[in-house]
Structure formats: C-alpha cells, structure tokens
Ligand binder design. Structure first.
Ligand SMILES: [Zn+2]
Length: 497
C-alpha cells in the first residue's frame, strides 16, 4: 500500500514544505449548537437527538449562546479580531451522517479572524498566522460493520449514530505556514499541542484527540527550494494524536517529494492516515469552495456581539500557557531544562500546588519528577491521578526538613500514603519510620559499632577519618536506616578523633 518515499533529508534538500493546519475543537457546552439535546460523548446511539439535529421539516434551530461565548474567547486568546456582525451559512453536500444534507457553518463571515500565535520549537520562534476561527456543527458518526478495519471498504453494512450531529465546533484555520523547513512536522505538532493546552486553560473543550474532540487536518505542499509559488497540497485526515501529526506530515513530505522528483504531479486530494502502517492513502479529490454552494442560513439570526460583551469576555481569559510557564520559571528559579522536564511530565499544576502548600520549588520538582513520576508510570496514570495530594507531598518534605525522616524513609512514607495508610504523619507513626535522633539511642548504637569493629576504630584514632564511613554504615544498619547520618558521624568522630 505504501507509495515510494524519498529520504527525509533528501526531500528537504530539494523542496520547501508549506503547511496549512485546520483544527476542529468540539466545545464542551451542556447542549448542542442549535438545539437543547445533551452534548455528551459515549451515549447509546441515537438517544441524544431531536427534530432540529435530525433536520426534520419545520424544525427551527436556535444558536447556543455559550458556544458563541466560547468561540469569542478562543478567538481572543488567538489574538484575533472579533466580528461585529456575522452569519451562519449552509454548506451543501451529500452527508450520509447529516440528515439535513447541509452543514450549518460559517463561510465568508467568521466570528474571529486575523490572529496569530508564536511557538517555540527547539529554541527557534515561529509565528503562526491564524486566518480564521469559525463556528460550525459536527456531523453524526458512521459505524461500518462487518469489515476487519472498521472502514467502509470491506464492510457489510453501515449504521449511523446522530448523537454527535449538532455538536458545537470551532474550526481554527491557519494561513499558509512557510519557512519551517525540516522542522515543519515538529512545528505542526507544537501548534496542535499549543492549541490543546490553550483550550484546556480556557475550559472550553476536553480536547481528547483519541475521542475526536480535538481533530487536526494537516495540509502540506512542496515547492522546489527557492520557488515562491506554492505546489498543490494534500489534506491528511484522521490524525488523532500529537505524535501522528508529526508522523503523518513527515510521511507526506517524503511521499510528495518522491512523486515530484520522479516527474509526477501531486493530486490535490484528501488522504487518510493509517496509524499502524505509518502511511497515507488517497481519499476523495478535494472540493473547491464553489462545490459547496454556500449561502447564508435563513433560519438563524446574525450574530452581532456587542463590543462591551467582547471586552467583558477578554477579561475572563486565563493566563495563557506560555505566559504562565514564563512566570512559573521565574518564581521557581528553574533552568530551561528543568522547566521543560516539568512541562513534558505534565507536572506544572502539581508542582505549583505543592509549592503553594509550603514546599520549596526544587523539593516539589524532585518528588514529582522522580519518585512520583516513576510510580505514576508504573501505574499507567497521570501524576494528578496518584492517590497522594500536593499538600501531602509538601507534608512529606516538611518531615524531611524537620529531620523526622530522611530521604529514604520519605520514600516509604510516600509508599504508605499511596497505599491508603493515611496522611504522611499517620504513615510515620503507623510504620514507626521516624529517624532516631535521640542521642542516647544513637550513642548506644555507636558504642556497639566501635566495639564490633576495633580495627576500624583504631584507624580513625590514627587520623584516617575516611574510615568513619564503615562505622556510620554499621550504625545505620543497626537502626534499620532510621538514623540521622550526619549526627551519627558527629558522634563517631567525637568518640574517636
Ligand atoms: Zn437535538
């Protein structure tokens, strides 16, 4: 099935990629875009429908105000202009998963337009220009039965579930992205990742790519190096993870380069990404806008957000992810690498909460990125899903700072908390983990160690202080690790030096 591909470096030596990214975000409003049906994933098929989202004759849609609010906030967060006045349009097409046979969308009057975002990729900044962010509704979902792949090819019959029909969507479309060179796939991945973080911080979508609530159609074309006229592009669909965005574009660049180098022509078409095989196959040839015979939706009133409302919504924007990272890095004194590790581990929220609960940033970082990251990894969960709270992690560190436990014992305290044995203090009490810091008990253990190792003791008396390690080790072993090693060393040297 795989077409010939050119080596990536060879492809990039001959061609410049031009990207275009269309990202669909399903909004998490309680109801659908134009009716009161529940907007929820995973219901029994065709249980969340009504005459409006089934497109029955005589039904009249009404716009969901919360969806408009979310679309405006998304537009503002992407530095877009917000339209004073805009309309919905009918996008006509034969949709087997849309009974109306048109999609209610926006065409030449998007709610938000002319925005931009800056992305940092490996220390290089790329500005992505946003052409538009418009509102539309999702279609239903076809389920192909009887084939091995779940695709229509080979299926015996197909069923349709209209629960998703009418789900509010915002589609964010970039202008052509040039100048990314060999980093094009990485830039695309960074952009989708940025949008995911942004939507989460805005609280407008749950952005689960695997459930389709964030979907990316990745357009790419190639032009010979030094050329200024764009080549014909393909649009790869079904890209449902961040990693797939990067892989699918890498593949498409290599495939198109092979076609062009061989004297062939790239067809303007949609293509499907096959996650398992790591390749794309052709879908339908790409429609032009005129094929859709757009016209203004006569059943909906125009959307005309007042400037006061827009400014009020601007005031609700959260601190944006890049701004927050820069602020936290400053507050915590993290190096770039430390910050990047925390971001990659999804640990910013838990570190921030642990610091708020009284721990130092470095201590919070240490626990979440080592011991707790390891345990989350073993359990296959996110850090925030572990059965220990940031407050409890701060309490563990407070026990270390107070000398009640050492690092090794602290790990056992964490183990106890995760096992449901109560708070860190409960675990220390329950497991008898507190370090022995009372000099009487320590002195007895030191005396026993000296008596048991007379030759070591003699070497220390002769000034070979490095030999003290053996005695300290013996004391720690005697006290099952529950001793303050620095205090033990003091006592050993006080006796012998
Ligand atoms: Zn409905």
């Amino acid at each position: 099935m795989t077409a010939d591909v050119l080596g990536y470096d060879e492809a990039l030596a001959a061609f410049d990629p031009v990207l275009g990214l269309e990202v669909h975000v399903e909004l998490n409003t309680a109801s659908k875009m134009f009716c009161g049906c529940a907007n929820a994933f995973g219901g029994e098929p065709n249980t969340q429908t009504c005459p409006v989202c089934l497109g029955l004759p005589g039904s009249l849609p009404v716009v969901n105000a919360t969806a408009i609010e979310s679309a405006i906030r998304i537009g503002l967060a992407l530095n877009c202009q917000i339209a004073d006045w805009c309309r919905f349009a009918r996008k006509n097409y034969f949709y087997p998963d849309m009974t109306k046979d048109f999609q209610t969308s926006q065409y030449d009057e998007p709610i938000a337009f002319d925005g931009w975002v800056d992305l940092d990729v490996d220390g290089e900044t790329f500005r992505i220009e946003i052409e538009r962010a418009h509102m539309e509704e999702d279609a239903g979902k076809l389920v192909h039965v009887g084939g091995s792949t779940g695709r229509i090819g080979g299926a015996e019959y197909s069923l349709v579930d209209y629960n998703r029909a009418g789900t509010p969507l915002v589609e964010i479309v970039t202008r052509p992205i040039t100048g990314t060179g060999a980093k094009a796939p990485q830039v695309a991945k960074a952009y989708v990742s940025f949008l995911r973080d942004l939507m989460l911080s805005l609280g407008v979508s749950d952005v689960r790519m695997e459930q389709g609530s964030l979907r990316c159609d990745a357009n790419v074309s190639l032009m010979p190096r030094g050329a200024t006229q764009f080549g014909l592009r393909t649009e790869t669909k079904n890209v449902n993870s961040l990693r797939s965005v990067e892989r699918a574009l890498t593949y498409e660049i290599q495939r198109q380069a092979a076609v062009l180098s061989g004297g062939g022509k790239v067809h303007q078409e949609t293509r499907h990404w096959h996650e398992d095989g790591g390749y794309t196959t052709p879908g339908r040839s790409k429609e032009q806008a005129e094929d859709y015979r757009y016209f203004p939706e006569p059943d909906l009133v125009p959307v005309a957000p007042s400037r006061e409302w827009v400014e009020q919504l601007r005031g609700t924007l959260p601190e944006l992810p890049a701004v927050r990272r820069a602020r936290l890095q400053g507050e915590w004194g993290f190096t770039d690498l430390e910050l990047q590790d925390a971001v990659n581990a999804g640990a910013l929220d838990v570190i921030e909460a642990t610091v708020a609960a009284g721990a130092s940033a470095q201590a919070a970082r240490k626990w979440w990125l080592t011991e707790l990251a390891r345990r989350a990894n073993e359990a296959g969960v996110e850090l925030g899903e572990l059965a220990i709270t940031p407050e409890q992690v701060a309490q563990v560190q407070a026990l270390v700072d107070a000398g009640t436990v050492n690092d090794k014992l602290a790990r056992q305290v964490i183990e106890g908390v995760l096992a449901g044995e109560g708070s860190p203090a409960d675990v220390v009490a329950g497991r008898g983990l507190a370090v022995v810091s009372d000099d009487g008990a320590l002195s007895a253990a030191v005396d026993a160690a000296i008596a048991a190792n007379p030759d070591v003791a003699q070497r220390i008396r002769e000034g070979k202080l490095q030999a003290a390690g053996a005695l300290i080790g013996a004391v720690m072993k005697d006290l099952r690790g529950q001793a303050d090693a620095a205090r033990v060393r003091e006592l050993v040297l006080a006796r012998l030096a």
